[in-house]
Design a protein around this ligand. Structure first.
Ligand code: AMP
Ligand code: MG
Length: 268
């Protein structure tokens, strides 16, 4: 029996308990893809109301190891939404200017405004993941960050942001397969970097760092979901379904109709 993908606040996550191969009740890729397409269409409708109402913002965070599927899920799940109301922020190695500020500075600047959807391809969690695994700052610096991140996300939530965080969980074997696929196909070579092989050596350290981030930072206002991601079609289904179900709960409405709309005459 696999775990519920939602991490309950204040529970200790062991990633070994989550099966990255899980595909729920779907055995058939086509069936799952068809269902995902329906969620993608519904998401487009919901985004229009989100935009028109201008009351809520949606922040979707994606984290994963290399080849975990962050780019893929953004394409597959978000391709239906109006680009005008959506923004993707990718977080890379911090620039000197970013490093001269606190670690949340570059993040806070690109959080979504009301009426829009913000997608984070990597995020402030890198500051307790890669930073911790490679000792880029001492433990005394990264350790307080879990609480700081929870406070930061609470501030966003209190100002109208709905936050969803997805960890795309693949197995170590699946990562190897995806690296090999990238090397075998000249059109995919660009996705491969030598650094990825180097990072793979730290797999177990990353697992521990992820377990802590998931355990300490899944809150009622910004929950973490562990998404089984060995099957891309199941990953996309789970993420699209979770986003749609979350937006449905916001009970959003178009602004009320203009009272005199029928009396307004547009001059020739
Ligand atoms: P990619 O997403 O493959 O383009 O790679 C981005 C790289 O930036 C990854 O290797 C991340 O680990 C790295 N990165 C992102 N945020 C940070 C950070 N705060 N500190 C150090 N490295 C980071
Ligand atoms: Mg990479």
């Amino acid at each position: 029996m696999s775990q519920s993908i939602l991490v309950k606040p204040d529970t200790k996550v062991l990633l070994a308990d989550y099966d990255p191969d899980d595909h729920g009740k779907y055995d058939d890729k086509d069936e799952a893809r068809g269902q995902t397409e329906r969620y993608v269409e519904r998401l487009a409708e919901l985004q229009e109301v989100l935009w028109a109402e201008g009351k809520h913002a949606l922040l979707v965070v994606f984290q994963a190891l290399d080849a975990g599927g962050k780019d893929g899920v953004v394409e597959k799940v978000m391709h239906g939404v109006n680009p005008q109301g959506c923004y993707v922020a990718s977080f890379k190695v911090p620039t000197p200017e970013e490093l001269a500020h606190d670690y949340l500075w570059r993040v806070h600047k690109v959080t979504p405004r009301k009426g829009t959807i913000g997608i984070f391809n990597r995020s402030h969690y890198e500051d307790v993941l890669v930073v911790r695994v490679h000792n880029l700052v001492p433990e005394s610096v990264w350790k307080p960050r879990y609480d700081e991140i929870n406070d930061f996300e609470k501030t966003l939530a209190d100002s109208g942001a709905t936050i969803l965080k997805f960890f795309l969980h693949i197995s170590k074997e699946e990562q190897k397969q995806r690296f090999q696929d990238r090397l075998a196909d000249p059109k995919k070579n660009w996705k491969f970097s030598a650094g990825d092989v180097e990072e793979r050596k730290y797999w177990d350290d990353y697992m521990r760092a992820y377990e802590d981030a998931l355990s300490k930072c899944s809150t009622p206002w910004a929950p973490w979901y562990v998404v089984p991601s060995n099957h891309k079609w199941y990953r996309d289904l789970v993420v699209s379904r979770t986003i749609v179900e979350t937006l449905e709960k916001l009970d959003m409405h178009f602004p009320p109709p203009l009272p005199d709309a029928d009396k307004i005459v547009i001059p020739d």
